[in-house]
Each structure stands twice: as C-alpha cells, then as structure tokens.
Design a protein around this ligand. Structure first.
Ligand code: G3H
Ligand code: 13P
Ligand code: ZN
Length: 330
C-alpha cells in the first residue's frame, strides 16, 4: 500500500471547492504514455493550472500500473523542476468494479471513479457506497455517475445514452457519499458524438450538433446545491485536426464533438471537472501523420512523437485558457 500523499499528489476535494466558487472547471486529461504526460505538465505549469491525470482501465493495462504510478510521481517532480508546483490528482477513469478501485487506491491513486451508470439504480448505489466506504478511509475522493453516455472507446462502450434523471441525484449523493457526480446531458465518448442526421449544417457545410441539455444541469444544480458535477465525453473534435488527418492518409468521416462555447458555459456552472481524451488523440495523430507523410524517410520516433507532444501541449493550453478557465488557479 502506498499513499498518494507520499507521491506528492492531492485528492479532488479542495480543487473542486475552489473551482465551484471560482466558476471554472479542472481539466481531466487522459494519459497512457510519456509524451502525453510531458505535454500535460508543461501546459499546466505554463498556465499555472491544477490538473487531474486520468487513467482508464485500458490505459492501466496498456502502460502497466507500476509504471503509471511512478509517472504520476515523476509528474509532480517534473512540474517543480519546470518552476511551478501544480496540484496533481491521479484519477481512475471509469472504474467498473470495487476491486479495480481498491487496487488503484493501493497503488497511489488519489481519486477514483466508480462507474455503475449502466447498472440498475439500486445496484449503482450499492457499488458506489462500497467504494466510498473504502476510499474515504484513505482520504481518496470518489466520482459516481448517473445517466449513460453513448459512444465507443476501448473499454467504455454504450450504444445508446440516457439522460440523467434529476429526481435521482439527491438520493444518490446522500446514500453513496460520493464526492462528485458525473451526469449525462448530451455529451458522449469518442470522436463521433452525434450521427449526421442528428446535426444541422453551418454555412461551411460543417456538422452542427444539437445543444447540450442545460435544463437538466440546472435542475441537478437545484437539487444538490454546491455539489461538484463532472462532464465526460467533452472533446470538441477540432475540425482542423480532422482535416490534417484526412489530408495525410487518414479517414475520419463525420467526426463531430461538443462546441467549446457550450463547455465554457458548463465550466461556469456547477461543473467542476471536464474530461478530455479524444481531442488529444486527434492532435497527436494529426501531427504524427503530417510528419510521416511529409518526411517518408524519417524513422526516429522522437521526430514524430516530439511534434505530437508539442501539438498536444498547444491544445491543452488552449483548453485551460479558453474553455475551462483554470489558468492561474493552481
Ligand atoms: O472515457 C473513456 C476514455 O476516453 C478512455 O478511453 O478506454 O480507450 O482508454 P480508453
Ligand atoms: P472524450 O472522448 O470526449 O474525450 O471523453 C473523454 C472522457 O470522458 C474520459 O472519461
Ligand atoms: Zn468518460
């Protein structure tokens, strides 16, 4: 058992309190490799933003849990070396069992998500309460979820979504003791968040998705005042990355995300954590494809992963400054 406190990490409690009061959201960026980690820390140090480093169960299998833990510890040291000690949370994204949450806590995670959103309500409550009971003994914070997001990722896959039912949130929070709650208001995972037939087209012919359900968010806020809300599936799928990918041998058709103005609006409300993974994947892929396409003789991974890291850093700075509003809040 290693405590996250020994690793220099923090849980989400104080960060969410400040984010709520200051009307901004903490960035939750997924990572599974060194370049992503470097980009995240460089961006957060430069903007003086707190950060949540998220690890999915797929990422944990891919990168190895021991390596990830040392990377997170290294991230805290790296931030100091770069000149600013940003608060870093190491968070399990979409934990699907008590055992996985327990194992992550034992490995030094400071926050876990227990995602029982696809279970019947009572089972979701039971599972989340069990995780909270264990996690709080170690001062680890817990995120629960009500409502199902659509979309497909490695290990997070749902064909259809169901919006969060505001009438359930108060009971859920009371019975489980979770520290934050992920809700479903129309976001979804991955780069294909909406079917073209759900969208309209703008003057340039780009797909414009239906707006998020701010009415549900408002109703949730009314029922659990002051409680930190989390938005998953919050990538915006920047069309310039899609274009670069497609111009360099890729094939992403009808990829569409959540408009950034809507996320900005959400960040000013009770939403204290915004999850972004797919946009980072697009930024990296665009940079790698461009280098390899323009320089076919290149075979040093640093020559394409370096530019990918720099593009990622640019993206993260943009999100922090222009979307989440977490710059200078560390
Ligand atoms: O919400 C899911 C995250 O984007 C993680 O995706 O399971 O492919 O690592 P992953
Ligand atoms: P995106 O696929 O929209 O980046 O969402 C990521 C996420 O919710 C991670 O939990
Ligand atoms: Zn998610």
């Amino acid at each position: 058992m290693v405590s996250y406190k020994e690793l220099g990490l923090v849980n989400t409690r104080e960060l969410f309190k400040k984010a709520f009061a200051g009307k901004y959201a903490i960035p939750a960026f997924n990572f599974n490799n060194m370049e992503q980690m470097q980009a995240i820390i460089q961006a957060c140090v430069e903007t003086k933003s707190p950060v949540i480093l998220q690890v999915s169960s797929g990422a944990r299998k891919y990168a190895n849990q021991t390596l990830l833990r040392y990377m997170a510890q290294g991230a805290c040291e790296y931030a100091k070396e770069l000149g600013f000690n940003v608060p870093v949370v190491l968070h399990l994204d979409h934990g699907d069992s008590f055992e996985l949450c327990q194992s992550c806590i034992e490995y030094g995670f400071s926050s876990v998500m227990i995602d029982g959103s696809a279970l019947p309500y009572e089972k979701n409550v039971e599972l989340a309460a069990k995780v909270v009971d264990y996690a709080h003994k170690y001062d680890v914070t817990v995120e629960g979820e009500l409502g199902v997001l659509a979309g497909i990722e490695d290990e997070v896959s749902h064909e259809t979504h169901s919006y969060t039912r505001p009438e359930e949130v108060e009971d859920f929070v009371k019975k489980t003791g979770v520290d934050s709650l992920a809700i479903s208001i129309g976001t979804s995972h991955g780069a294909y968040k909406f079917k073209p037939e759900q969208c309209t087209r703008n003057a340039e012919g780009r797909l414009v998705p239906p707006p998020l359900r701010f009415d549900i968010l408002k109703e949730v806020e009314k029922r659990i005042p002051g409680f930190p809300i989390v938005l998953h599936g919050s990538s915006s799928v920047p069309q310039h990355y899609v274009d670069i990918i497609n111009a360099n041998g890729g094939k992403l058709e009808a990829a569409v995300g959540i408009p950034e103005e809507q996320l900005r609006q959400a960040a000013e409300s009770a939403v204290c954590k915004i999850n972004i993974d797919s946009d980072g994947r697009l930024a990296m892929t665009a940079a790698v494809r461009e280098v390899l396409n323009k320089k076919p003789a290149e075979f040093d991974p640093r020559k394409y992963l370096g530019p990918a890291r720099d593009e990622l850093k640019k993206l993260y700075i943009h999100k922090i400054v222009n979307v989440l509003g977490s710059a200078n809040k560390a």
